[in-house]
Every structure is written in structure tokens, then in C-alpha cells.
Design a protein. Structure first.
Length: 261
């Protein structure tokens, strides 16, 4: 295969191809990110809310459901981008041979891979819009700053999309994605401030949690939904951007080793 390293606007053709496929089964794609947070909010709102006292986040007391709701937006953005650039991208690459067909066109590998990551971020943005609508309708996103959740989800989606693609580049079989899901994504989902403040953890664990990308995505979405975005929020955004800057070259280099013979 060719070793072309140029990058042009042709990558949008790959993004558009994924969008057209997505639109054919839009109802199926819309339902999980729309219903899953609703089920979480109902379950925790009706269950834990009566058992858990007010949660304190950065000195701000709030009821548990209000604390939880924004984190569901962040976690959905993570899952959507990561699953798109692992399982779905692997199917396109390995089983459907879509990448081989694309590489036989004027598209470069960089254009294909970046388009896949951008599409994963788009899935994160779509999920954020859907969940934000649910959260806002229930009164848990009262500030206009909540609209910032959309670009925040796109940034998080780019970071997790690059992470997923880097993992795809070294994964031998589709079954092996169980390892990063259960050893990386699931622990982040549980311990990144989604269900409880990280300062409830022991000191070393809280410090470790603060290094995780989902922690910073949760911090941003929660601040936006509550209308308390501040200078510190730029630090969270910078960390996510840093993950993207580090992981994107790894994803490109790994996919080049895998696909270019």
C-alpha cells in the first residue's frame, strides 16, 4: 500500500461516509444515548437520592442527582468516541476492508484516521446534545453556560477517539478490546468523579483520579451545567487537549505500521 503522508480536506469525505451510514440507522443510534442517562437519573434519583445526603463539590453543596446528571453527559461522550474508534473502526478496517478500499483512492492514511477520530468526536457531540436535553428538561442544567457542553464534548471526543484509535492500531482481534474496556474505560467511568467527588477517595487515589482524562471532562461538563465555568476550567480543557496532542501521533504511527506494507 502507498505511504502517502499528505493531509487535505478530503478527510471530510470519510467523515461524510460515516455520517451517511449513521443516518440509515439513526433511530437505533439515538436511543441508547437518549435512554441510558434517563434510566440512570430515574434509578439514582428514586433510589440513592433518598439515602445520600447533599454532595459537596468544590465547596458547593447540592443534591446527589444534580451532582450526577452532568457526569452522565461526560461519560457518554467518552463511551461514544471510544467505542466508535475501537469496535466500529476495527470492523471497518479488518472485516469490511473499508480502509483498504479508501487507500486505493486519493485519500492518505492520515486523512482516513483523522476522519475516523473526528467522526468519533461527532458521535460524542450528538450524544451530548441528546443527554443535555434530558438533563435540562429535568432541571439539572439551569444555566446558559450549559450550551458549552457541546464543544466540551467534542474536545473530549477527540481525546478519547485518539485513544481508541491508538488502541485499535495494536489490537490483534476484536475480542481483545475487552481488556482496555474493563481495565481502562470502566475504572475511569467509576472513579473520575462521576458518582462521587474524588476527594472522597484516599489521597493517593484522588491524585491518581485527577490524572485521568474523564475526570477533566466531568469537571468541565459539571461546571458548565451548573453555570460555574471559571479560569480553572481552562486548565481542564488544556489537559484534554494535551491528551489529544500526545495520542493522535501515536494513533497515526500505529495505524501506519499496521496498514502500510
Amino acid at each position: 500500500m502507498k505511504a502517502d503522508t499528505r493531509f487535505t480536506g478530503l478527510f471530510w469525505a470519510v467523515w461524510r461516509r460515516n455520517l451517511l451510514v449513521y443516518r440509515r440507522i439513526w433511530a437505533i443510534n439515538f436511543l441508547p444515548p437518549l435512554l441510558e442517562p434517563l434510566f440512570y437519573l430515574i434509578a439514582f434519583g428514586l433510589g440513592f437520592a433518598g439515602l445520600v445526603t447533599d454532595v459537596t463539590w468544590h465547596g458547593r453543596p447540592m443534591d446527589f442527582t444534580r451532582f450526577l446528571a452532568p457526569s452522565l453527559v461526560a461519560s457518554a461522550a467518552m463511551w461514544q468516541a471510544f467505542m466508535e474508534t475501537t469496535y466500529n473502526s476495527f470492523v471497518r478496517m479488518y472485516y469490511q476492508k473499508t480502509y483498504d478500499a479508501m487507500l486505493a483512492t486519493p485519500l492518505s492514511l492520515e486523512e482516513i484516521i483523522v476522519a475516523e477520530i473526528v467522526w468519533g468526536a461527532t458521535r460524542s457531540g450528538i450524544a451530548a446534545v441528546l443527554i443535555l436535553g434530558v438533563v435540562a428538561a429535568m432541571g439539572y442544567a439551569p444555566s446558559l453556560q450549559a450550551l458549552a457542553v457541546i464543544p466540551i464534548a467534542l474536545l473530549g471526543g477527540l481525546a478519547f477517539g485518539a485513544m481508541g484509535m491508538a488502541i485499535t492500531s495494536i489490537t490483534a482481534s476484536i475480542d481483545m478490546f475487552n481488556l482496555p474496556v474493563f481495565l481502562l474505560i470502566t475504572p475511569m467511568f467509576l472513579f473520575s468523579g462521576t458518582f462521587f467527588p474524588v476527594d472522597a477517595l484516599p489521597g493517593w487515589a484522588a491524585h491518581l483520579a485527577s490524572l485521568l482524562p474523564l475526570y477533566h471532562l466531568v469537571e468541565l461538563t459539571r461546571a458548565a451545567c451548573l453555570g460555574v465555568l471559571s479560569a480553572a476550567s481552562w486548565g481542564n480543557a488544556a489537559v484534554l487537549a494535551g491528551f489529544l496532542v500526545v495520542l493522535l501521533p501515536l494513533a497515526l504511527a500505529g495505524m501506519r505500521r499496521r496498514l502500510i506494507r
